[in-house]
Design a protein around this ligand. Structure first.
Ligand SMILES: [Fe+2]
Length: 172
């Protein structure tokens, strides 16, 4: 039986899933509002056993329906993603800890140069379509674990992740 926390969370995400297929700007607006609402709930992760990988990041599926999948990601100190872009929409919010996000511009299909970076703090929410462009790397450069919540426009039973391509970093 669902806990009350899971019940509320899933009701909100089911409403978002029913909006899949609306124009991208409308879907992104709905996804951002949904993520902001979820992140305002103290009980968002209540009763969920989050996966953890020492030295790496680990994903725990919170919800998957109608072509959206929602994950909590734990980031251990020192963990980082590849430099990557996405084949689907991507909204993420920082739940706890601090993450560094580095942005890139593609130089062909396999190399990318840094264009900027920012520190993401708890409460931060970003929403992007794949054509954004949306080419970045996430790193936990701090001493503490970070946890983020991601709403992706992909079916977790069809795709293994949101990543479209991975890139090597080169000087711009
Ligand atoms: Fe990403």
């Amino acid at each position: 039986m669902l806990t009350q926390a899971a019940d509320g969370r899933n009701a909100r995400l089911s409403a978002l899933a029913s909006g899949v297929g609306t124009p991208p700007s409308e879907y992104l607006r709905l996804a951002r509002a949904t993520l902001q609402d979820l992140m305002a709930r103290d009980d968002l992760l209540a009763g969920i056993e989050l996966k953890r990988i020492p030295g790496g990041y680990a994903r725990t599926l919170l919800f998957g329906k109608n072509g959206i999948s929602v994950w909590a990601i734990t980031w251990s100190p020192g963990s980082q993603t590849s430099v990557h872009d996405h084949h689907c929409s991507c909204c993420f919010g920082l739940w706890s800890g601090t993450l560094r996000e580095v942005w890139f511009r593609a130089l062909g299909d396999a190399e990318a140069a840094v264009t900027g970076e920012a520190i993401r703090e708890p409460g931060y929410v970003a929403c992007m379509m794949p054509s954004g462009p949306n080419l970045h790397q996430m790193l936990n450069s701090g001493p503490d674990e970070a946890i983020s919540i991601h709403v992706y426009g992909y079916d977790h039973e069809v795709e293994t992740s949101s990543i479209k391509r991975e890139y090597r970093i080169v000087a711009g």
